[in-house]
Every structure is written in C-alpha cells, then in structure tokens.
Design a protein around this ligand. Structure first.
Ligand SMILES: [Zn+2]
Length: 246
C-alpha cells in the first residue's frame, strides 16, 4: 500500500468512527497511532478532528482500552522524535495521552501504551498512593521527550509496580534507587534531573515502555510468586509487611 492509499484508508476509518459506527476512543486512537504515515499537514488536520470527536463523545463516556500485555506493539522499540521539526507531533501525542488518561488516576503513561510508537512519556509522582510505596513527596506533571537515564549507583530496591497495560495486576520489580535522567521538554530545552526512590522507579518504568519492556519482564528472577492480581497481592503478608516498613 502506498503512503497516499494508506492515508486515504485511515481517513475512511476516521469517517466510519465519526458516524458513530465505532465511536470509541480506542478506535480513534488507533487512527491516531497511524498518523506516522501521514504528511505533517494531514497529521494536524486529523489530530484536530480526533480532538473534536473526543470532545463530542465526552458525555457518552466512551470505553477506552489501552494496549495490554500480549499486544505485539508493546514489545517494539519506539522511534525518537526528530527535533525540532517533530515538536508539533510531540505536543499532539501528549494531548492524546492526556485525553486517554483523563480521570484514570494513573501515575504515568508512555506513548506506546496508546499505540503511538514514539519516545515520549508523562508522569506525575503522588506523595501517597494506595498501591505503591511512595516517599511522601509529590512531583508535578513532567513530560519527557526522547528521554534516557543512567543509574547513579549500583543500589537497587524491590517494590511492587502496576501498569495500565497490565490492568488489575501487581509485580515486584528491582529498580535502581538513584538515577539521573535526560530529556527534551515541551519547549525544546535539554534537561537533566536526578531522581530517587519512587520517582526513580517511575522514570525507569515509563522509559522501559519506550524500549518494549513491560514490568512483568523484569520480575525478580522470573519468580511468578512476585506477580499477581492486585487485590490478592494487597492482602498478602509480603505486601502488608513492606508497607509496615515504610
Ligand atoms: Zn506501564
């Protein structure tokens, strides 16, 4: 299929969705995820139409499904944004990510989780969380474009993690305790920041998504006793003990 034919097919798919035949956010985002085949002007117009449809469907509470464990796309390595030319695309991707997670109460999201294989993540570290061991320090929303990180020491810690792409489940994962990460922000500035504890864990978890790694792949020694349904894990002695230590 040529680029033009492919673009036409996606526009047709969009029109089907806009008629209400398949007006779910997942369908719209599937269209959005294919925008990488479209030229810049088409990306802009398609994005605007996706936004328009999303706003119209707000009251209908459309069902939305993130890509989940087992979807081959989640295991692919995402492409970097070509900057500065693709900065508008980064902003549009972020807009879709925010719309997709509105009211979800999640800590972070990476673009591949909504089917866009580009290197951008967003997260907001809460001071407290019902499932995750935090450090009591809230960190406002951060958006990282083309991020990378390096550990600042060999020290690691073992804690429970969850993920929108692995719904209803938790797993114990070893992560570096202290990291330094580098990224481009939404204004195009190169930024370097240090992170410890839960903040560092969130950074490592989200950046893993960009390299096609989900947290179950990092479960310590592949021990499936460190992986389970959220409610069962939270009632377990191992989980309760880890919370008493915090
Ligand atoms: Zn995740």
């Amino acid at each position: 299929m040529t680029g033009g034919t492919r673009a036409l097919a996606y526009v047709c798919m969009y029109l089907m969705c806009s008629t209400g035949m398949c007006a779910t956010l997942s369908g719209l985002l599937e269209v959005a995820s294919l925008r990488r085949y479209l030229p810049g002007s088409s990306i802009r117009s398609l994005s605007a139409k996706v936004e328009e449809i999303m706003q119209k469907s707000d009251k209908k509470q459309p069902s939305f499904q993130f890509l989940r464990l087992g979807d081959p796309k989640l295991y692919e390595v995402s492409q970097p944004f070509m900057l500065p030319s693709e900065m508008p695309l980064a902003h549009q991707t972020l807009q879709l990510m925010k719309q997709a997670t509105q009211g979800m109460g999640n800590v972070g999201l990476a673009a591949p989780q909504i089917g866009i294989l580009k290197r951008i993540v967003m997260f907001e570290v809460p001071a407290k969380h019902p499932r995750y061991k935090t450090d009591g320090v809230a960190i406002p929303m951060q958006v990282l474009i083309n991020p990378s990180y390096k550990p600042l020491s060999d020290e690691q810690n073992l804690e429970w993690e969850g993920c929108l792409s692995v719904p209803g489940m938790l797993g114990q994962v070893l992560r570096y305790t202290d990291v330094e990460y580098q990224y481009t922000d939404l204004e195009g500035n190169i930024c370097v920041r240090k992170a410890s504890g839960f903040h560092a864990r969130v950074v490592q978890h989200e950046l893993d998504h960009l390299d096609g790694v989900l947290f179950p792949l990092r479960i310590k020694e592949r021990d499936m006793r460190s992986f389970g349904f959220t409610e069962a894990v939270m009632a377990s002695s191992a989980f309760l003990q880890s919370r008493q230590e915090s």
